[in-house]
Design a protein around this ligand. Structure first.
Ligand code: 13P
Length: 294
């Protein structure tokens, strides 16, 4: 069913839970996520990568996800992830995205604020002041679509002069939230996109510092590879949305690698192979939902 992303996340936090968000490059994965959410009776978020949304087929995928979300028996939001291009944002919203991560985290602080404000004004001009905006403060290392071993310190775009590379500067949080009007805040606390080089070392002290400075829900990107016993702590620090991508891909690709030959031999049985893709993504989504729910 249609839902406002901030309402979904705030409601979950009130129950001590967080809402998982999953990158969907395709409809099979989205069906799996929605299936898992319906089975668990909880809401979830379908993320669309900006490279996907920048193509005509990607906009058709957003429209299809919109239809899937509206017909679901649980609240499902469709979010354009990590967007900077105003045209891609406008097109994705027209196609059916109901929220956007306006990601100016690689920009200087004032430019990050300007980007979020400009997108908000442009959406209002488009008659879409209802679109929920997540903003990001502090830069995350790693690639959003291709996973290589990354360390939080690999991020060159640090905005904090005297802090380890890329960490969100908690001293900026109040000002940033007030001036951007963001409804959710993505933070950099040692998390990275893709695979962690070695063990993830989340800075819970920094997260705690951020959490006391704003009432809006926080968002943890780069959740793949963070152990469940760490993720369960997130909601207590006002992290209401947790983004997954790499681990879901790892599972699906392993299934395809293992099963393709047998399914070719079985009469080019793509239908059954897609069923296994769905099952892998669905199991992953179900586990994430269970981990983050109280
Ligand atoms: P991972 O690929 O590291 O899980 O990150 C996903 C993400 O943060 C999407 O925005």
């Amino acid at each position: 069913m249609r839902t406002q992303l901030d309402t979904l996340v705030t409601g979950a936090l009130q129950q001590g839970s967080a809402v998982p968000a999953f990158t969907c490059y395709d409809f099979t994965t989205a069906l799996a996520v929605v299936g898992a959410a319906e089975e668990s009776g909880r809401g979830a978020i379908l993320l669309v990568a900006p490279k996907t949304a920048a193509t005509p087929n990607g906009l058709r995928l957003i429209a299809a996800l919109r239809g899937l979300a509206d017909a679901a028996s649980v609240p499902i939001a469709v979010q354009l992830d990590h967007a900077t291009d105003p045209q891609v944002i406008a097109d994705a919203v027209s196609a059916g995205a109901d929220s956007v991560l306006v990601d100016g985290s690689s920009l200087p602080y004032e430019d990050n604020i300007d980007l979020v404000r400009n997108v908000r004004a442009a959406l209002a001009g488009q008659g879409r002041g209802d679109v929920v905006i997540e903003a990001e403060l502090g830069g995350l290392a790693g690639d959003e679509d291709r996973a290589f071993g990354t360390d939080a310190a690999d991020n060159a775009g640090s905005t904090v002069a005297d802090a380890p590379a890329g960490l969100t500067d908690s001293a900026q949080v109040e000002d940033f939230v007030a001036r951007t009007g963001a409804q959710l805040l993505a933070v950099a606390v040692g998390n990275v996109h893709g695979k962690y080089k070695g063990e993830p070392r989340l800075r819970w002290d920094v997260l705690q510092d951020i959490a006391v400075r704003t009432r809006i829900p926080l968002v943890l990107h780069g959740a793949s590879g963070i152990p469940a016993e760490e993720l369960v702590k997130a909601a207590a620090m006002n992290v209401g949305k947790v983004n997954f991508n790499t681990e879901l891909r790892t599972g699906v690709l392993a299934v395809l690698e293992e099963q393709t030959t047998a399914h070719r031999a079985d009469g080019e049985n793509l239908q059954a192979l897609l069923g296994l893709w769905n099952a892998s993504a669905r199991t992953f989504a179900a586990t994430a939902l269970a981990t983050l729910s109280r």
